[in-house]
Design a protein. Structure first.
Length: 152
């Protein structure tokens, strides 16, 4: 090192922001977009009034049940694997069905990627979005570039 030169440590940029939705035995996180919004929470909170029961059930499940008991892996009515490490939480009222996609990290961390309404089959675009979020998450984690924020 040349004399008179000062080295400055700069924190590497954060590649992925997450919001902590709830925490108990399981840490439940939501992926934030570039504007700092959680698609899952925003989508669920903006559902039309005819989805009030499904909305209430899913929010209670995400905030109260999921952090304590984790995902209901053995209950296919509530949780289904879509392959590639992506799972869906299911709420099945009449008509379109409410879904929230997620993946696991570590032993007790659940990362929610996106929520949507579906008719018959899960749209490929929604699965692709979840897989893309999972890939970005693990790349950012490997580089120590994850940032977890508390929900406001």
């Amino acid at each position: 090192m040349k004399p008179g030169r000062v080295l400055t440590y700069v924190n590497p940029p954060v590649n992925m922001h997450l919001v902590r939705i709830a925490r108990d035995q399981w840490d439940v996180l939501g992926v934030l977009d570039g504007k700092g919004c959680c698609q899952v929470l925003d989508f669920l909170r903006q559902l039309p009034p005819n989805y009030a029961a499904a909305q209430r059930w899913m929010l209670q499940f995400l905030f109260l049940h999921l952090p304590v008991a984790g995902p209901p892996k053995h209950n296919t009515a509530l949780c289904k694997s879509l392959g590639g490490g992506i799972f869906e939480l299911r709420r099945q009222p009449k008509g379109q069905k409410l879904r929230t996609l997620f993946f696991y990290d570590d032993l007790c961390r659940i990362v929610l990627t996106n929520a949507f309404l579906k008719a018959e089959t899960t749209p490929r675009t929604e699965i692709a979005l979840a897989r893309s979020s999972k890939k970005r998450y693990f790349e950012a984690k490997f580089r120590h570039r994850l940032q977890i924020l508390k929900e406001t």
